[in-house]
Design a protein around this ligand. Structure first.
Ligand code: TRP
Length: 338
């Protein structure tokens, strides 16, 4: 079975953009592969953040993941900082990472422009991400397109480490150790835009629908949401292919409803509000059990904490084995661990 690793930053609760774009796919993958999913708090601290709020956001994100259906019996869900091997491997990998490649990462260039003083951790971000995946020898990494450059660098880091430290002849005897080159698993889902229909859905832009919103707020937010701008009046026919509301239908409505909605949009049989009402009903039906599960988990933070620690212990058992082999191959003194 292939091993899958992916991470999500602890931005608090999930919204339908993260859900349809990534996490819904994780829920499917847990049935097909050997999966690890991590709340990557160590990545989050590379940008300005509020220390007093981080732990709660981390817990909220974990609750979100459990609520949408990641099952701790079927996959490993854990918090990155609870497995210290991530930072250890990170350091070792920096020694084979070309600085020029880090400086070329577009995410680094974007994010560093927005900060007056750029922390080295921001530059190092993709190395930590490589450590996340390589630590578990994962070969499949479900991510969005914005992560492809990080994935390519991760492969480069694996190749460089292997050519310097892996023992090819021993590997042929099944005794060596080298990192497999991970591959991106791009989600086929169309990207959901924010309710403004302009930028991508993102909490910092305030254009989201949270996964745990009540039926009333779901409707309040959908009502004014942007649709095909060519539909100025009720009589103008629309084009579902360029309508963000239709994209959301594709995430929440069954195929028959999608077909019905598309037809009525193109013929102006329905107005946008008619279409949104049907979407709201389907979203509410899908999200009500998710909201209820989240509520229940929120009332049991200790139990959630324990489940996360159990996840971290499972992850750590794998991570330790990898680190033993990595340390040996890199020539670090054995038996030094106390
Ligand atoms: N950088 C990823 C993002 O912002 C999150 C992430 C961290 C990740 N570590 C990872 C994704 C490892 C995949 C694999 O979306």
């Amino acid at each position: 079975m292939a091993r899958v690793f992916s991470g999500i930053q602890p931005s608090g609760e999930l919204h339908i953009g993260n859900y349809l774009g990534a996490v819904q796919n994780w829920v499917r993958l847990q049935h097909q592969h050997d999966c690890l999913f991590s709340v990557v708090d160590l990545h989050a601290i590379t940008q300005p953040y509020e220390p007093a709020a981080l732990a709660q956001r981390t817990l909220d994100m974990a609750i979100s993941l459990y609520a949408v259906g990641l099952d701790p019996e079927r996959c490993i869900v854990f918090v990155q900082s609870q497995v210290p091997e991530h930072t250890e491997l990170n350091w070792l990998l920096t020694t084979v990472t070309p600085l020029g490649e880090l400086e070329r990462q577009t995410q680094f260039k974007d994010k560093s422009q927005r900060q007056e003083s750029v922390p080295a951790g921001l530059l190092n971000y993709p190395v930590l991400q490589a450590a996340d995946v390589l630590l578990y020898e994962a070969t499949l990494v479900p991510v969005g397109e914005d992560q492809l450059q990080h994935l390519e660098l991760m492969r480069e880091i694996a190749r460089r480490w292997n050519s310097r430290f892996a023992n090819g002849r021993a590997a042929e005897r099944g005794e060596g150790f080298g990192f497999p080159e991970p591959q991106a698993l791009l989600s086929t889902a169309k990207r959901v835009l924010g309710l403004d229909g302009q930028a991508k859905m993102s909490k910092s832009l305030g254009n989201t629908i949270g996964l745990f919103e009540t039926p009333e707020t779901i409707w309040e937010k959908l009502k004014p949401a942007a649709t095909d701008p060519a539909r100025v009046t009720r009589r103008d026919p629309g084009n579902p292919d360029i309508c963000n509301i239709f994209t959301i239908h594709q995430g929440f409505s069954p195929p028959e409803t999608q077909a019905l909605v598309a037809r009525n949009c193109r013929t102006a049989g329905w107005g946008c509000l008619d279409c949104k009402r049907v979407l709201a009903d389907n979203m509410i039906a899908a999200l009500t059990p998710v909201r209820e599960r989240a509520q229940e988990l929120r009332s049991q933070p200790r139990r959630v904490g324990e489940t996360l620690r159990a996840g971290a212990a499972k992850a750590r058992a794998i991570a330790r084995r990898t680190m033993e082999r990595v340390r040996r191959r890199m020539g670090l003194l054995e038996g030094a661990r106390v």
